[in-house]
Design a protein around this ligand. Structure first.
Ligand SMILES: Nc1ncnc2c1ncn2[C@@H]1O[C@H](COP(=O)(O)OP(=O)(O)O)[C@@H](O)[C@H]1O
Ligand SMILES: [Mg+2]
Length: 328
């Protein structure tokens, strides 16, 4: 009866929040509860309003309506430094003429922490972000990934109750980006802080988040766990934005089926018969394009299965799992 979900404490509430710019762009009537210790990601194409929401939460933009409550207190009228939030931007924003130590110490000095304590806090936080002993270096002597770790360390030193990250890894190489995801997840679970993450990268969102908010044109399309969003996209937009998806027109509907959910069968007794067009080995799995009516359907399968196929061959397809959407 007593499920964990019901016991969780709400950390942040957006209540009918709006931020409209003078030209009418922006976001309106945003409602969302975020729980303590959660990583929630706003995911959507460029211009859908992700940064607007994050900056409004951080206090860098004044809302035009509604409430932002953190631990039950409305913070919508407080300046950024009075909010229990800290924000990390896409560009690292470290001061280039200051050492890493000076960059990190700045906020703590403003808060009048004693010198010895600052030194200890910096030593500890550098360990946490896997950058021990780099106090004397300058930002220019560090790689992009290392600078971004320092930027995250700097925001963590302020002990925010909610950490806001706006596409923090998008300037980094794919490999480093993946490593940073793993580290962020580890730091988050070590500290138990609440994180709101913004990205346009669906893989990043899937791998990092407890819940994802998929956005389109200033609106929430779907809120759910990565699994829910991947397995049951609530709209055609979500289905096309997350992962690979085939859209097969059928009478008055569109059948959406993922490449890994198609089983190849004999052409007899199959509703979907097509011709193998292209076979590509992509490492541990194989991608096969099958011409069906006037579209191509992409299928993923293991290598043993693909080894039985030849280009030009007629095959049947069985959709193991699919969604249906109305025609546009
Ligand atoms: N300062 C601004 N003045 C007017 N319009 C803006 C401003 N900042 C963003 N916008 C518009 O608001 C919408 C949302 O922008 P933004 O929140 O930056 O999107 P995202 O971060 O998802 O790319 C876009 O249409 C953008 O052009
Ligand atoms: Mg943005």
């Amino acid at each position: 009866m007593n499920t964990e979900a019901n016991d969780r404490k709400i950390k942040l509430q957006l209540r009918d929040m709006s931020k409209l710019y003078d030209n009418g762009d922006g976001v309106a009537h945003i409602n969302l509860d975020i729980y303590e210790g959660e990583i929630v990601t706003f995911l959507g194409p460029s211009g859908c309003g992700k940064t607007t929401i994050l900056r409004a939460i951080g206090g860098f933009l004044d809302v035009t309506g509604g409430e932002i409550a953190i631990d039950g207190q409305n913070v919508a009228n407080l300046p950024p430094e009075k909010r229990p939030t800290a924000m990390v931007f896409q560009s690292y924003n470290l001061w280039p003429h200051m050492t890493i130590y000076e960059n990190l110490a700045f906020g703590l000095q403003l808060r009048k922490h004693p010198k010895a304590q600052i030194k200890q806090e910096i030593e500890d936080i550098l360990k946490l972000v896997s950058m021990p002993g780099c106090e004397k270096k300058y930002p220019g002597q560090l790689s992009g990934g290392q600078q971004q770790r320092i930027a995250i360390a700097r925001s963590l030193l302020l002990k925010p109750s909610v950490l806001l990250l706006d596409e923090p890894f998008s300037a980094l190489d794919a490999k480093i980006r993946q490593q940073m995801r793993e580290e962020l997840k580890k730091i988050q679970s070590d500290l138990g802080i609440t994180v709101i993450f913004v990205t346009h990268d669906q893989e990043e969102a899937m791998s990092l988040s407890h819940r994802i908010v998929v956005m389109n044109k200033g609106k929430f399309e779907q809120i759910g766990t990565p699994t829910e969003i991947y397995d049951k996209p609530s709209s055609k937009f979500v289905a096309s934005f997350i992962g690979e998806m085939n859209f097969v027109p059928e009478k008055n509907e569109i059948v959406a089926v993922r490449p890994e959910d198609i089983e190849i069968t004999e052409p007899t007794n199959s509703d979907y018969v097509g011709t193998v067009q292209l076979i590509m080995i992509l490492g541990h799995y194989v991608s096969v394009n099958i011409a069906y009516k006037d579209i191509e359907i992409k299928c993923f399968m293991v290598r043993e299965e693909a080894a039985k196929l030849k280009e030009g061959q007629q095959v049947g397809m069985k959709f193991q799992r699919f969604q249906k959407y109305g025609q546009e």
